[in-house]
Design a protein around this ligand. Sequence first.
Ligand code: SAH
Ligand code: TYD
Ligand code: ZN
Length: 409
Amino acid sequence: MAKCLICEGSYEPFISFGKQPIANGFLTPDRIKDEYFFEMIVGYCPSCEMVQLVDQPERERMFNENYAFFSGTSKLMAVHFQKFYEFLRENYMKSPDPFVVEMGSNDGIMLQNFAQAKIRHLGIEPSANVAKVAQEKGINTIVEFFDEAVAQKVVAKYGKADAFYCANVMCHIPYIHSVAAGIKTILGPKGVLAFEDPYLGDIVEKTSYDQVYDEHVFFFSVASVSNLFGRHGLEVIDAIPQETHGGSMRYILAHKGAYPVSDRVAKQREIEKKLGLDKQETYAQLRRNIEKSREELVALLKKIKAEGGRVVGYGATSKSTTILNYCGIGPDLIEFISDTTPIKQGKLSPGVHIPVLPYEKFVEKYPTYALLFAWNHRKEIMAKESAFLAAGGKWITYVPNVHIFDKPD
Ligand code: SAH
Ligand code: TYD
Ligand code: ZN
């Protein structure tokens, strides 16, 4: 039995992915002997409906001055964050001198919009290397892990906030009650909390189990987010589905009673009931779907290898770490992984140690198949890879099921 991080109830986990390394822990060969692993187990708490990791490595192992994820690597994400900025500005920042706080602002991909508009802003980002990129762009950023104590310091220095937002960060934080209490403190009477994270409904529907890795401790739904923040006097006033990260949800919350609640909230909860997100059986089925996906992917890669084909991974995502380690896929089946992020290049992928090489190596000698680990950026990637298809290359994906495709969409 495990203990729920939200309500402290007991629950039975539904899957173990076995030993997993740090998903963003790309490493040089000399570090292999010290590589850290933890057992990655996921469960559903029937009392508060939260799907969660049972154990997570300590936060400094994941978020530090060598953090490998730079938000700015995707151009479409930059466009998405500009629109998110416009959405917040138009709807929730009507006061004469608004103040906005971002948790996990990374390289400033979203906060730069507020900075350019000369809106008072603060980024709170514990990974010093990515924070530095933002600071060099003139974005006000402090290198800290946000929690209740940091919230009090922020209020003392800047006053209350009109908006507190984050993207792909809330689901990373196991000490989430401290974060929620801090947000409650920071928000002015009409202030809003806006956040986006990969959506549980999409994960269940698409068997996108690669969303499970060390950093992702929670898999949110409108139901679980309402239960969690309701404990802190915050209410979900809107829930707006997003296409990013393979299917996300944007949650808008405010002090209870401060705003009318959009019809979308009840509608989304209906959808969640139809998907069975409140039923244990749904997660038992998810486990069976994951096991089937693993069998099919391994069988396909072995068949290609037997036929003399070359497979290269496309995008050394954190998500790929789960796939590779859970399926036991190593350099024998995948020659290398192509990635545009300099800090990942020349290193080995976590756990299974497939070389990560610059994108130019992919173009230099196209493989027979490219395994699309960055499937969430499919649109952006298909738009630029027509030459690969024209040269006879084919794509492999495992979302929503394992298959080969050779048309751009
Ligand atoms: N918002 C960006 C980055 C997401 S990656 C985007 O969507 O692209 C997650 C980020 O959260 C990392 O930069 C990590 O350093 C940061 N993070 C983790 N725990 C945090 C905490 N307690 N407070 C603030 N940031 C945190
Ligand atoms: P992403 O899917 O955003 O994140 P996560 O690590 O959360 O799973 O990561 C995309 C990775 O793919 C990142 O390392 C950059 C790389 N990438 C490319 O190599 N080429 C591309 O065209 C794109 C869009 C991403
Ligand atoms: Zn619970």
